[in-house]
Design a protein around this ligand. Structure first.
Ligand code: 3HC
Length: 289
């Protein structure tokens, strides 16, 4: 694989859990990183989390204090898209909504007409579909799917759209490696590989609970101890967000045109009730205590 990614500066759009994680990993790996969010509040929270996680890494002797300071100095937090103009790649990590993403991508393609790569961290939306929003830039548009928590999880799933050119793929594979990740290619079908397999498993765990086969904690214990999963599927659903799980099931059902991917009624009901998992303090499990 080529190591020639030609990338010095990474732009990250979205400073939530995924965007913040991608930015941190980029900066720790020696890249200059510009983190964009339209919310200055979100940027402040992201920066505070970076400070905390980097301090923890120093405490755990995974890096020196000087290295942590250098990584922090390589990150800039901005709320104007124009500051991304020096980025060699922009990685989008905003809300999983195709229309909102496309609106952003069309603005990016208008602003940045050079050789800048435009990557989406979408978990399941078709890269070919998203690339329709960037016109001629479709050949430098690609999927770069990271996993939560980004600093811990080794994988980047790299997804080519129909128009992605080989040079773009090679550069993104080399960049992922330079970020300390293992990049694995997948083709552009709904859910790619990861979520096509993970989400039906999580969905089945909800059916198993709904049908009274076992209690949630027992379902999780069986999958943790029996399959060596770090978290059971229901705890993982809470970690990912039940709304995200429901949304990905909908994308699978529509994109693969098969009703077997429909979200379990119990999953949908919890989402309707606002029980979205860790982020709301209550999902399958109660985190309020
Ligand atoms: N950022 C940085 N480091 C983190 C972190 C975070 N957000 N969360 C945990 N860590 C680190 C901790 O600091 C700790 O390292 P240390 O011992 O050196 O301090 C290490 O990870 C382990 O953490 P904990 O001891 O707190 O807890 P666990 O041992 O239970 O591990 C876990 C937590 C890493 C989250 C583990 O439970 C796990 O791997 N779970 C599965 C996660 C998973 O499957 N992620 C994929 C989700 S799917 C996805 O993202 C795709 C999307 O499209 C849906």
């Amino acid at each position: 694989m080529s190591t020639d990614h030609g990338i010095n500066t990474i732009g990250v759009i979205g400073s939530g859990q995924m965007g913040g994680g991608i930015a941190q990993v980029g900066a720790v790996s020696g890249f200059s990183v510009v983190v964009f969010d339209q919310s200055t509040d979100a940027l402040a929270k992201c920066q505070a989390l970076h400070d905390k996680l980097l301090a923890r890494a120093v405490e755990k002797e995974r890096m020196t204090a000087d290295e942590a300071t250098a990584a922090k100095d390589r990150m800039t937090y901005v709320s104007d898209l124009n500051y991304l103009s020096d980025s060699d790649i922009v990685i989008e990590a905003i809300i999983e909504n195709a229309d909102i993403k496309k609106d952003l991508f069309s603005k990016l393609a208008e602003k940045f007409t050079g050789n800048q790569i435009i990557a989406s961290n979408t978990s399941s939306i078709s890269i070919t579909d998203l690339a329709t929003s960037v016109g001629d830039a479709a050949d430098r548009f690609i999927g770069m799917h990271f996993f939560n928590p980004v600093p811990v999880m080794k994988l980047v799933e790299v997804i080519n759209g129909l128009a992605t050119r080989q040079e773009t793929t090679d550069r993104v594979l080399a960049l992922s490696t330079a970020m300390g990740k293992v990049a694995v290619p997948a083709n552009d079908r709904a859910g790619f590989v990861s979520n096509r397999i993970l989400m039906p498993m999580i969905n089945e765990a909800f059916y198993t609970w709904m049908e009274g086969v076992a209690q949630p904690e027992h379902i999780d214990e069986i999958m943790k101890l029996g399959m060596a999963h770090p978290m059971g599927p229901l705890r993982l659903a809470d970690f990912i967000g039940l709304d995200t799980c429901e949304h990905i099931m909908e994308v699978l059902a529509e994109g693969l045109n098969n009703p077997r991917y429909r979200a379990c009624p119990l999953l949908k009901q919890l989402v309707t009730a606002g029980r979205l998992g860790n982020k709301t303090g209550h999902g399958v499990f109660d985190y309020s205590k």
